[in-house]
Each structure stands twice: as structure tokens, then as C-alpha cells.
Design a binder for this molecule. Structure first.
Ligand SMILES: [Zn+2]
Ligand SMILES: [Zn+2]
Length: 143
């Protein structure tokens, strides 16, 4: 079975919180994991709807909230105000193309270390941060 580890993690979370384990939740989890990248609940709905017309927006939205709480997904909010979900993985930052909407992930040890240095200079303890660079990707830029 695909995504066995994640399915188990979800099952455990539901059990721990005395929540019902429905087939629908596994379907949504599968589609989400297969989609990769940064997906909105509308996009998930489009992918799910043909095969599972019974799964509506509300179910998808609620399940994604659950997946976030269970540590399987992370919610992202970029400038356009739309909530996107991505698979929970190591800390990273984003480049967002404002023309085609492409979202590129990057990770830079130097930036991470510099932030720590800056924070230390001000006696500030960083709990989290995010970098979002907005602009035009290499397919969209005209110069
Ligand atoms: Zn682009
Ligand atoms: Zn990301």
C-alpha cells in the first residue's frame, strides 16, 4: 500500500484524539502526498472529485487541518492570501513567481546562520521565521 507510514501516523493521531477514521481521510491523504509541492484545497478538490464525487470541500478542508495537527502537512500563507498545504519536511524558504504562481523551495545555511547572528546581537530568541522572495521565475522574466 502506498504511503503506509503516513497512513499509520494519521490512524494513530485519529485514535489518540478519539476521531473517526474514515476512508475519505485516507483518500485525501493519498492525493495530497502524491501532489507534492504547495497545493490549495481547491486544487485537491479538483483532483479528488472525478473519482470520489462524495468528498466535498468541507471534508477536504477539515482533513487538511487534521493532517497539519498530526504533523503530516504544513499550512503556508503567501501574499495572495490563499492557504496552501505542503508535506511537512525540513525547514526551507520560498521563491514565489507572481506571474505563473510557481513556488520554488530553497534552503541556505548561510541565511539561517546569519539570522541567528542578527538575533543574538539583539538578544532575541527566534522561534520561527519565513523568507518569501516574490518576483518572476526564469520562464516568466522578460529581461
Ligand atoms: Zn513564473
Ligand atoms: Zn515549501
Amino acid at each position: 500500500m502506498a504511503h503506509e507510514v503516513e497512513r499509520e501516523a494519521l490512524a494513530r493521531y485519529l485514535e489518540d484524539h478519539h476521531l473517526k477514521h474514515t476512508k475519505q481521510r485516507d483518500v485525501i491523504l493519498d492525493v495530497f502526498l502524491k501532489a507534492e509541492g504547495h497545493i490549495t484545497s481547491d486544487q485537491l478538490h479538483q483532483k479528488i472529485r472525478s473519482e470520489h464525487p462524495g468528498i466535498g470541500h468541507t471534508t477536504i478542508y477539515r482533513t487538511m487541518k487534521l493532517l497539519c495537527e498530526a504533523g503530516l502537512a504544513t499550512e503556508r500563507h503567501f501574499d495572495d492570501g490563499v492557504t496552501r498545504y505542503e508535506i511537512e519536511h525540513e525547514h526551507h524558504d520560498h521563491l514565489v513567481c507572481t506571474r505563473c504562481g510557481k513556488i520554488i523551495e530553497f534552503e541556505c545555511q548561510m541565511i539561517e546562520a546569519t539570522q541567528e547572528k542578527i538575533a543574538a546581537r539583539y538578544g532575541f530568541r527566534v522561534l520561527r521565521h519565513r523568507h518569501e522572495l516574490y518576483g518572476h521565475c526564469k520562464d516568466c522574466r522578460e529581461d
